[in-house]
Every structure is written in structure tokens, then in C-alpha cells.
Write a protein that binds this ligand. Structure first.
Ligand code: 0O2
Length: 216
């Protein structure tokens, strides 16, 4: 087969109108493509991390975490969104199958990283949500980007969606603990606990602002 030079969607070369079968070859192929997309973008972010340190003596990025969404989390999210159980629906509507979290020391770093990602060649920005300027009701604070990354396979060039969450170390501390306590289903926490968590998120925000002032 000749390699197509056109960037295309995964849907165009895999049979994605089929129903999702978690243990099938098709599922494995799709997840492989998402894993490659993660590698591509993780590599680029790691270069930015090292470059900022070596060239500008700046710790722009503290660390980077990546994950592929668990099959059960994908199907639960699809059920909650009322989607049909096809690969096509999954690829089109579940934006965080490939997820990257970039953790930085200071709040201002979040926006610098966002701008650097925006300028990466070949990357398309599909959606951005600034939960730092507008935190969620829960108190959750983070900058979200849904991007499309070109992935070069032997026969095809495909665009793959990746979700990037950018947040400070302090925001990450809050989000990790809160996620364990409350975010996953079947975990009931009291209203009083929720209020306390919102209070903690406000303290974290103050702390982040103070750290930035001290740093300046
Ligand atoms: P998990 O287990 O982290 O994967 P979209 O379809 O992209 O428009 P989406 O994905 O429904 O919108 O919503 P959103 O809020 O933009 O991003 C969802 C992700 O943000 C979550 O993924 C969490 O990782 C994180 N998040 C959102 N709200 C909260 C919160 O209140 N607390 C914490 N700790 N994390 C939050 P998942 O798939 O829901 O979960």
C-alpha cells in the first residue's frame, strides 16, 4: 500500500462504525495510535522543559505525567454522555483518551506553557478551558487544552486528539486528593467535606498568588 501524504482521521482507515469490543484487535490498534500521540507530545514537552532549564535557567515545568484512559472509564464516560458504543462515537466525542498533565511551579508558568504549546508546529488547538480564571464549582483549578497531534504511521498520517491539563504543584496536590476522595463514582462525601474542599482550593489559590509575588 502506498503511504498517503494527506493527514486523515483515524476513522478513515480503521473500521470505526463497529461496536466497541475492549478485547478486540481494533481496540488495540486505536489505543496504540493514542499511545503514539502521547509519546509525540510528551517528547516535545520534555524538550521545552530541558530547554527552559539549560538556556534560560528557568524551571518552567516541574514534571509531566501521561496516561491512557482505562477502557472502563471510556465506556462509563460514553454512557454518561448518552453516546452509542461505536469506535466512531468514542473517537469523535471522548477527548481525553490520551491525557497529559504538565505540572509547573508557578501560576504564570501555566500560561507560558500554554503559549509554547500553541506555537508547536503541526499542532492544532481544538478547545481550551481556563479553570484557573474560572474554577469549577468543586474548587477545581487547572488549564485544559484539547489538541490534535499529527501521528506518522508507516502507511498513514493521522490526527489524534490529546487532552493536556496544565496546573501548578499546589493545584495538583489539591486535585489529586480531591479526585481520590470524591470525583470517581460510588464515593460519597458529605456536604461539609465538599465545603471544606472548596475552602482548601481557595487557600491553594492564595498560596499560588503569594508564591508568584515572592518569586517576582
Ligand atoms: P479522569 O479520571 O481524570 O479521567 P469535554 O468532553 O472535553 O468537553 P469533559 O472531559 O467532560 O469535557 O470535562 P472537563 O471538565 O473539561 O475535563 C474533565 C477532566 O478534568 C476530568 O476527567 C478530570 O481529570 C478533571 N476534572 C474536572 N473536574 C474536576 C474536579 O472537580 N476535580 C478533579 N480532581 N478533577 C476534575 P474525567 O474523565 O472526568 O476523570
Amino acid at each position: 500500500m502506498e503511504k498517503s501524504s494527506e493527514l486523515q482521521k483515524i476513522e478513515n482507515f480503521l473500521k470505526t462504525d463497529e461496536n466497541i469490543e475492549i478485547n478486540s484487535k481494533n481496540f488495540e490498534k486505536i489505543m496504540f495510535i493514542y499511545k503514539v500521540a502521547i509519546k509525540e507530545i510528551e517528547n516535545k514537552l520534555d524538550i521545552l522543559k530541558q530547554e527552559s532549564k539549560i538556556f534560560y535557567d528557568n524551571d518552567l515545568i516541574d514534571h509531566i505525567n501521561t496516561r491512557i484512559k482505562a477502557p472502563e472509564s471510556i465506556t462509563t464516560k460514553m454512557k454518561n454522555k448518552g453516546l452509542e458504543y461505536t469506535y466512531k462515537e468514542m473517537i469523535e466525542n471522548i477527548n481525553d483518551i490520551a491525557g497529559i498533565r504538565v505540572i509547573c511551579p508557578l501560576k504564570k508558568n501555566v500560561y507560558s506553557i500554554r503559549n509554547l504549546i500553541t506555537n508547536l508546529p503541526g499542532i492544532k488547538i481544538l478547545k481550551e478551558k481556563d479553570y484557573i480564571a474560572n474554577p469549577k464549582k468543586s474548587g477545581y483549578s487547572s488549564y485544559h487544552m484539547i489538541i490534535e497531534v499529527p501521528v506518522a504511521l508507516s502507511q498513514n498520517l493521522v490526527y489524534v486528539k490529546v487532552e493536556i491539563q496544565i496546573r501548578t504543584l499546589a493545584m495538583d496536590f489539591w486535585a489529586s486528593i480531591e479526585h481520590k476522595m470524591k470525583y470517581k463514582p460510588n464515593k460519597n462525601i458529605t456536604k461539609a467535606n465538599s465545603k471544606e474542599l472548596i475552602q482548601c482550593a481557595k487557600i491553594i489559590n492564595k498560596l499560588d498568588n503569594k508564591m508568584m509575588l515572592i518569586n517576582n
